[in-house]
Structure formats: structure tokens, C-alpha cells
Design a protein around this ligand. Structure first.
Ligand SMILES: Nc1ncnc2c1ncn2[C@@H]1O[C@H](COP(=O)(O)OP(=O)(O)O)[C@@H](O)[C@H]1O
Ligand SMILES: [Mg+2]
Length: 260
């Protein structure tokens, strides 16, 4: 039972694919307004974990609570729960045959049962919020990656979620597009949105996260403030990961210098 004021509580979560444990006894809480960063190497189980948090993956053990409602319960009303949780995917997941406007209105009309007219008013407002007021009639293929990801964020925000989950929202973007998406996400932080962000953008996570989870092989190796995780990690594995990323960034800069 979730008796606290946490918006989300995850307890002993287990997820297996075939016989491989991909999420191993993961527990954490998320307070309203909290920004939680999740970092870790490729294959650590980060995507699987956050997909479990809105029922995109059925779990093999443990619980996820949203307020006092257990999302992992057999009889959970997943549609109603998902309407409270916005999800932003690495690869946008837009409907390519629909305009930007229709991508945003679809969920409002189908799930929230809004009239088309009301849905369009919301879509216009949310697309303006992410800087795309002039792209309402464009198709996804006509947009840059950063613009497509901002449509996906607007689509999630239009549902007025209580919580936003981001799975590597900038990993599929060209470097010029990354900044525009991170700016929109910073705006959400400033507005007090509750968020869980899986990302390799370490500087961004360090700047915005209240709490950071470092995952390896399905398990949380270390949880702490951004300051702890990035500057004073307690675990050797965390230090090695952070140092490795820092070294790779220096390598990139040196490569750019030599190729310039
Ligand atoms: N649908 C799936 N079926 C089987 N194995 C999967 C599936 N999705 C992910 N995995 C495996 O689970 C592990 C964790 O993957 P993932 O959650 O994508 O990690 P991350 O997001 O940290 O890179 C990997 O070994 C991956 O191959
Ligand atoms: Mg992933």
C-alpha cells in the first residue's frame, strides 16, 4: 500500500525476457515535482524499467503504484493509468500518415473523448508551447528530428499528464536538434512537472535531476543526488561509468579538433 505522499512507488520490480532477468529487484519512490534521472550502460535495462512504469511491459514480480492505485495489479485499468503518464520515446513514435496537428488531437479525441474542435484548440496551444505553432499542417517526415520529438512531447503534454517519462529523448537526434528538445524539457522542469528521464546527456541530468539512479545489469547500483553520483560516487562502478563517459567526451573534442 502506498501510504506516503509519493506520486509513484516502485517496489521489488522484476522483469525477465526468456530466462534472462532484465530488471532485478528495482525499488524507488518519486515525489510530486521530482526529477529523477536514470543512467547506465546500454543493455542495463533502463528502457525496460520505464516501460514497466506505465504498463507497456507486463512485470514478473514487484509492484508499481501511482498514488494509491497499483498499476501492476492484474485488473488495473491501464488505459486510465496511462492517460495520467506521458511517455516520450527515443524514436518519437509519431503517426507518419497524420499531420502534426492530428498526431496531437488523436489521443484527445479517442481517449479523452474531446470534440475535434476542443482537441484542436489544445493541440494548437501545446504545439505553440514547444515552438511549433507554424508546423500544424506539416507531416512528420517534413520535420527535423528535434521538431518531431517536440511534437511527441506536445502530444504527451496535451493529455495533461501528472508525470512524464522520457526514454533517451535526444539519442536519435542530430547534434543541432538536441538543444531544442533539452530547452523544452528544461521549461517543463521550471513549470514543476514530475519527470523520470533516461538519458546519456550527463550535463543535462546533472543540471536538472533531484535524484539519479545508476543501473547496471538490471539493478540499481547507486542512487543519490546528482552531486553525489557525478562528483562523489560511493560505488566504484559508478565512478568508472562517469569517468568513462567524461573520457569519451574529451575524445570527441580531440577528434573534432584534429579533423577541423
Ligand atoms: N522485447 C525483448 N525481448 C527480449 N529481450 C529484450 C527485449 N527488450 C529488451 N531486451 C533485453 O533486455 C536487456 C535490457 O534492454 P534495455 O531495457 O533496452 O536496456 P537499456 O535501455 O538500458 O539499453 C538487453 O539485454 C536487451 O537485449
Ligand atoms: Mg534503452
Amino acid at each position: 500500500m502506498n501510504g506516503s505522499k509519493d506520486l509513484m512507488r516502485v517496489s521489488g520490480l522484476q522483469k525477465r525476457f526468456d530466462n534472462k532477468t532484465v530488471v532485478n529487484d528495482v525499488s524507488f519512490t518519486l515525489a510530486p515535482g521530482e526529477i529523477k534521472g536514470i543512467i547506465g550502460p546500454s543493455g542495463a535495462g533502463k528502457s525496460t524499467l520505464i516501460r514497466c512504469l506505465n504498463g507497456l511491459e507486463p512485470v514478473d514480480g514487484g509492484q508499481v503504484w501511482l498514488d494509491d492505485i497499483e498499476l501492476t495489479a492484474r485488473r488495473a485499468d491501464l488505459d486510465a493509468l496511462r492517460a495520467r503518464i506521458g511517455f516520450v520515446f527515443q524514436d518519437f513514435n509519431l503517426f507518419t500518415h497524420l499531420t502534426v496537428r492530428r498526431n496531437v488531437t488523436l489521443g484527445l479525441i479517442r481517449v479523452k473523448k474531446m470534440s475535434r474542435r476542443d482537441a484542436e484548440t489544445v493541440a494548437e496551444r501545446e504545439l505553440a508551447r514547444v515552438g511549433l505553432a507554424n508546423k500544424l499542417d506539416a507531416y512528420p517526415a517534413e520535420l527535423s528530428g528535434g521538431q518531431q520529438q517536440r511534437v511527441s512531447i506536445a502530444r504527451a503534454l496535451a493529455m495533461e499528464p501528472e508525470l512524464m517519462l522520457f526514454d533517451e529523448p535526444t539519442s536519435a537526434l542530430d547534434p543541432q536538434s538536441v538543444g531544442s528538445v533539452l530547452r523544452v524539457m528544461r521549461q517543463l522542469v521550471a513549470e514543476g512537472m514530475t519527470m523520470i528521464i533516461v538519458s546519456h546527456e550527463m550535463a543535462f541530468i546533472e543540471a536538472v535531476a533531484d535524484d539519479v539512479l545508476f543501473m547496471v545489469d538490471g539493478a540499481i547500483v547507486e542512487e543519490g543526488s546528482a552531486k553525489q553520483i557525478f562528483h562523489h560516487p560511493e560505488q566504484q562502478a559508478t565512478r568508472a561509468f562517469i569517468d568513462g563517459i567524461a573520457a569519451a567526451m574529451v575524445g570527441d573534442i580531440e577528434n573534432q579538433a584534429t579533423s577541423a
